[in-house]
Design a protein around this ligand. Structure first.
Ligand code: HEM
Length: 402
């Protein structure tokens, strides 16, 4: 079967193609990107837990041993962030880093934010409810998680406007085909973002405050601490991961609700009871992070297919979440779905560390928005951005009915 993950039509609606992939070629090797595309839930779930696969491979074999060209030195600022981040590490480094970060980024610290997130959501909505029209992304979904994660980390208010452009530029490198201009921007953003956080971390080390940067700088377990590079990389990871996907779950999910008025009115009429399952369904139905890669660390014979050491798998999360073998009526938006083991936060050792925070933010955002705005309509059909891995809308402009 022919499959082009860069085709515009596919990026607009990947779900029809995913369905064909699952039925015809659940393991598809695409020579141009040199990737194995895996589309069924059962396989993605099993492979995410398989320790013969990993997010990095260079702890096992050098690039030259793998027949890969040496790293391009222009990417050094980006590579330095990756090399010190738990996101791109495997055990034992991953276990050590994740354990240290978890000690500072505790469930209690997250739960303590609940009342504050409600205040932020209400104050953003105070500005919206007086108007007849709003871009719900720009006015609400983007600022909310940015303010939350910036406050959590302790980024001064005057600097917060720099976070979103930096992180936006950096995550463009996770796309399958980024342009040279995008690469240049990402490298520059990685350098500036890291320099800024290094400067802030040094200030917090000298005069700690009650914020996550100070807590990460102080964290210690069994004599282990975070190095300055690891501290900087962790903050960048939390700032990037902490809002890009949250914004897109909200935007994609609100669009789905606006296109399914029966589900919207069911939710409005049972707001408190249905918000938790509605948020899970928003995460499943139009997945914000469509694909994650894994390196093959040793040869694997999986269901008769041989994945060779040094190859990469592209696990199609968006496809797994629409697999009819796992979900009842997967193409239907059902906000009452209780059996919903979506894969949106991943599985295995890299399972999203911020899932409790993301869930809390999204539940508060959705409930507050629908409580404060009793009726709204799409002003026009919004367009998806041109990216594929990160799936999200350009804008979401609605008319607010009086
Ligand atoms: C709805 C919003 C979010 C989604 C869909 C999401 C999704 C994910 C996914 C899929 C992974 C694992 C990738 C892999 O297996 O290769 C991940 C990892 C991670 N996420 Fe999230 N995330 C969200 C929000 C957040 C938030 C709010 C934070 C923190 C403030 C966060 C922090 C992290 C971290 C630190 C990791 C790395 C974990 C590791 O490598 O062990 N995420 N996220």
């Amino acid at each position: 079967m022919k499959f082009d993950p860069n085709a515009t039509d596919f990026k607009r609606d990947p779900y029809t193609t995913y369905s064909d992939l699952r039925a015809q070629t659940p393991f598809l090797y695409e020579p141009e990107s040199k990737l194995w595309f895996i589309s069924r839930y059962e396989d993605i779930s099993a492979l995410l837990r398989d320790r013969r696969l990993g997010r990095s491979i260079e702890h096992i074999k050098s690039r030259s041993e793998l027949g890969l060209p040496p790293k391009d030195p222009r990417y050094a600022p980006f590579d330095r962030l990756s090399e010190n981040s738990m996101f791109d590490k495997e055990p034992p480094d991953h276990t050590r880093l994740r354990g240290l970060v978890h000690k500072a980024f505790t469930p209690r610290r997250i739960e303590n934010l609940r009342t504050h997130i409600q205040v932020i959501a209400d104050s953003l909505l105070d500005q919206i409810v007086t108007r007849s029209e709003s871009d719900l992304l720009e006015d609400f979904a983007v600022p909310l998680p940015v303010i939350v994660i910036a406050e959590l980390l302790g980024i001064p208010e005057a600097d917060r406007h720099r976070l979103r452009p930096w992180s936006h530029d950096i995550v463009a490198l996770y796309e399958l085909n980024h342009t040279p201009i995008q690469a240049e921007r990402a490298i520059q953003a990685a350098q500036e973002f890291a320099d800024y956080l290094r400067y802030l971390a040094r200030i917090r080390v000298q005069s700690p405050r009650d914020d996550l940067i100070s807590a990460l700088a102080a964290v210690e377990e069994a004599g282990e601490v975070l190095t300055e590079d690891e501290l900087v990389s962790t903050c960048v990871l939390l700032l990037n991961a902490g809002h890009e996907a949250t914004v897109n779950v909200f935007g994609n999910g609100m669009l789905a609700l606006l296109q399914n008025p029966d589900q919207m009115s069911l939710l409005r009429n049972n707001l408190e009871a249905l918000v938790p399952t509605a948020v899970e369904e928003m995460m499943r139905y139009d997945t914000p992070l469509q694909l994650f890669r894994r390196w093959v660390l040793e040869d694997i014979d999986y269901k008769g297919v041989c994945f060779r050491q040094g190859e990469q798998l592209a696990l199609l999360f968006g496809s797994a979440n629409r697999d009819q073998a796992r979900f009842d009526q997967p193409d239907v938006l059902d906000i009452t779905r209780t059996e919903n083991p979506h894969i949106t936060f991943s599985q295995g050792i890299h399972f999203c560390l911020g899932a409790p925070l993301a869930r809390m933010e999204l539940q508060i955002a959705l409930a507050t928005l629908l409580r404060r705005i009793p009726s709204m309509r799409l002003e026009y059909m919004p367009q998806y951005r041109d990216s594929y891995v990160i799936r999200g809308l350009h804008d979401l402009v609605v008319q607010l009915d009086a």
